[in-house]
Design a protein around this ligand. Structure first.
Ligand code: C2E
Ligand code: MG
Ligand code: MG
Length: 354
């Protein structure tokens, strides 16, 4: 058993020995291979233990602490058991986030915000990116960056993704019926993309909603593609053949080869905001952005700059002939009714095709 804290009263079986004895029997049972549809499987478990009444004084705390210990076990001793308190920074924070996430999955308590994508030259809104938020019971919205990595790790991303797609398709149908024709982009993470049956399910939902697939842009991070380029290529080809448009997100942060990039059916190359942040002063960032814009143009893709916050950045990008952008300079991610109002006030136009 990995990393178990020693029991203070050595020599006599106490609650720690009892709990860890149960944990080791669970490990032992799970360690035995089992056969499913003729294939042999092995599984392991990471277990977290906490005790009542010390340190947990009530059932809620007991669960929270066991959750914290389990999360630390997954990180520090996968396949083992950890007892709370298991030490290390952020254990409790992560555990409370895990608990918050699980509760949100149960309640389906999500919100979808939309950030405008604009034509940097005319200022018109050409689309919007859907970004999911976790809604706290007190109404606060937690941004995706705080919980998506954990949702990926725990598998909750599958549920979240289903909700996001349903909500986005409802919104797309409603806006389109009102004449508000905007390209709506949404993010698909690796785990969602590789889920068996993910693409036929997605395509079925788009068609059932009566939404034009050409009005949707699927954003796949560069790192997702580099993780398994052949598989990604097949998935992207399949989505493109079904009429969906594609964007590579966070471009510049991974190691996508040029020969691969050239063959991907991608419309939009989203240049990561860490390069935009230091424009135009930082010459390294400027050369990187210049290269990415040139690359996009030569591959007939549209460069889009993420995270534009200052007018100098927009002007610099326009000078490079980068026409598309998003960022706080134009609009924060906002609830759908505010995005619709913004698009009507600023004017909207179709996103150019590659
Ligand atoms: P992303 O797709 O690259 O989204 C852009 C992120 O940058 C968003 O953070 C957005 O709020 C933030 N942002 C936009 N403009 C600015 C700016 O001018 N300055 C700064 N500092 N930040 C800006 P958010 O919403 O927290 O999302 C983080 C990441 O989580 C996203 O990165 C995306 O990878 C992922 N994500 C968001 N929604 C979903 C979803 O529905 N499904 C999946 N699988 N992933 C999602
Ligand atoms: Mg994105
Ligand atoms: Mg991005």
């Amino acid at each position: 058993m990995a990393d178990l804290e020693p029991h203070p009263k050595v020599g006599q079986p106490g609650p720690v020995d009892t709990a860890t004895g149960v944990a080791s029997r669970i490990h032992e049972t799970l360690r035995r291979p089992f056969t499913l549809y003729g294939t042999e499987f092995f599984i392991t478990a990471s277990l977290g233990v906490s005790l009542f009444p010390d340190p947990a004084e009530d059932a809620r705390t007991l669960l929270k602490q066991a959750d914290a210990a389990m999360y630390r076990a997954k990180q520090r001793a996968p396949g083992g058991t950890l007892l709370f308190p298991s030490g290390g920074e952020g254990g409790e924070d992560t555990a409370s986030l895990a608990t918050t996430l699980r509760a949100a999955v149960d309640r389906q308590d999500w919100a979808l915000q939309y950030q405008p994508i604009v034509d940097l030259d005319t200022g018109k809104v050409v689309g919007a990116e859907a970004l999911v938020r976790l809604r706290q019971p007190d109404g606060r919205l937690i941004p995706a960056s705080d919980f998506i990595p954990l949702a990926e790790e725990t598998g909750a991303i599958a549920d979240i993704g289903d909700w996001v797609i349903a909500s986005l398709l409802r919104q797309a149908a409603e806006w389109s019926a009102r004449g508000l024709k905007l390209a709506l982009s949404f993010n698909l993470s690796a785990r969602q993309l590789w889920q068996p049956g993910a693409l036929p399910t997605l395509l079925g939902k788009v068609s059932a909603a009566g939404v034009d697939p050409g009005s949707l842009i699927v954003e796949i991070a560069e790192s997702t593609i580099t993780r398994d380029p052949d598989r990604a290529q097949r998935a992207l080809d399949q989505m493109s053949a079904a009429g969906l448009r594609l964007a590579i997100d966070d471009f510049g942060t991974g190691y996508l080869s040029l020969s691969r990039l050239r063959n991907l059916p991608v419309d939009v190359l989203k240049i990561d905001r860490r390069f935009i942040r230091n424009l135009p002063e930082d010459s390294d960032a400027a050369s990187m952005v210049k290269a990415a814009v040139g690359l996009a143009a030569s591959l007939s893709m549209q460069p889009l700059a993420e995270g534009i916050e200052r007018p100098e950045q927009r002007n610099y990008l326009l000078g490079l002939k980068c026409r598309l952008g998003q960022g706080y300079l134009f609009g924060l991610p906002t609830l759908p009714e505010d995005l619709a109002r913004f698009a009507v006030e600023e004017g909207f136009a179709p996103l150019p095709r590659r």
